[in-house]
Design a protein around this ligand. Sequence first.
Ligand SMILES: [Zn+2]
Ligand SMILES: [Zn+2]
Length: 256
Amino acid sequence: MPGHGVWHGVWAEKRCAACSAPFVPYGSSGHATSQYFCPACLEKLIVLCTGYCPLCGEIAAWPLLPPAPCGRCVQSPPPWSSFTFFAPYEGLLRRLVLSFKFQEKLVLANPLAGLVLARQGPAPVGYTRLVPVPLHAHRLQQRGYNQAYELCKALYSQWPERARPLLLPEALERTRATTPQAQLPRAARKENIQGVFHVPETKHVAGHKVVLVDDISTTGETLRAATKALLRAGAVEVACMVVCRTSVHQRKPEDR
Ligand SMILES: [Zn+2]
Ligand SMILES: [Zn+2]
């Protein structure tokens, strides 16, 4: 206990999820992000407002253009009804996601989910199921946790209670182990992931609107395959939420 007896006291002070610096949360607008990150780090996590495709998150070559569908989405619209991501996979956000995913920094689940929700705004209406992109059993065993499921739990806890979807960690299943998408050339990714996802019990998703969650989207092939599996099982529509989207303009494949 610091002995300074200052008025704002220790009760209000928090530690920044990114740099560990103590800070006093500011603003009460319900922006969860201001509860987790100090002002300096929050500034480095600036959300992408221009230069991306609103349908799949593809980062455009020209950062200042208003959001517009990319060539691929114009040609063949994605199977999901909406796509939410906070920012590109780079800088501070990339470092946070890497330690969340590979260094067991599970305390980052809440701050990262806070970023997604801040981007999303109000929870999507009528969504009754919350489903993580699953890992294959072998990888789950290696890593000890599925980062997408950890994000789902954090999203669930921050979602307004009256609109909370049911969290279904095992609604989707991976039927075989695959090479991590980021280790493959773009052209091979679709084939790698095709037919990988399966809904073991369709009654859990049939007739429901489903929120599908992952940490990173690289080209979107994983989300496409998972969304299609949910739709085949009778889901009415699927909304994808990810923390970040890699950019072909600065991809670092060794990260996965
Ligand atoms: Zn900080
Ligand atoms: Zn697109």
